[in-house]
Design a protein. Sequence first.
Length: 266
Amino acid sequence: MAPVAAGSDVAQPAGDPRAGLRTVTAIRPVLHVENVVKTYGDGDTAVHALRGVSFSVERGDYVAIMGASGSGKSTLMNILGCLDIPSGGRYLLDGVDVSRLEDRRLALIRNRRIGFVFQSFNLIPRTTAQANVELPLAYARMKARERHRRARAALELVGLGDRANHEPSKLSGGQQQRVAVARALVTAPALVLADEPTGNLDSHSTAEVLAVLDRLNQSGRTIVLITHEPDVADHARRLIRLVDGRIVTDVRHRPLPYLQRTVTVA
C-alpha cells in the first residue's frame, strides 16, 4: 500500500478487524516533478538544460537546490515558479498539472499558489513596505480593508510591523528582503520559492533572513530555496544537487515535521 501521512482517528465499520485501530490520511505533495526535460533550440545547437529531473516536495518541507553555473538550477527554478514550462515531463503544483497551461492560467497560479523571494528584492521604490506587501492582493482585486489587514499581519510575522510605513530606501538590505518575504507570504501560497534570497546581503542581514525562513518552516510553511552557498543550504531539511541538468544527490538532513511523517499501513 502507498505511503500515507499521519492523520486523524477514523472509526472502522462494525466487525471490521481493523476496528479501533488508528488510521491515517494521505497528504498530497506540494509539488511533484516527473521526468522533466527542458531543451532550448534544436538539432546540433540544442541546449539540454534539464535531462529527466524527478522529485517531490512534501507539505512542510524545506528543500535547498544547489548547483554550479550551467547546472540547470535556474531553469528548474523558472519551471517550479511557473515562469516557464518544460519541454517534456510533468509538473504538478498542489495537485494541479501546470506543465501545459496557457499564459493566463500560469499567471493565476503564480499569484495564488507561489510566493516568490528574489535575490534583488524587487520592491517598488518610493512606496511603503505596507503597499509593497499588498501588491499581490491588489492584483487579485481584494478589498482594501482586507489587503491592509493581511499585509500588516505578514509584516508582523517577519518582525517589521513597526516599519510598515517606511519606503525601501529607509530600510536595510536585510529589512528589504524581509519585506519581500512578507509579500511572498501574504497570499497564503502553497509554496514559498526563494531564488538566492541572501545573494545581495551581508552576513548580519543573511542571518536575519535565514532566521525568518527557519521560523516560517517550523510553523509549517513549505519552502524551496535555490542557492550556491553551502551555509545557506545547511538551513534546509533536504539538499538536492544538480549537475549538467540531472539530480546527482538528494539527501535529507532533518526529518519532516511530525504531522508530515509518512507511515505505511497494511
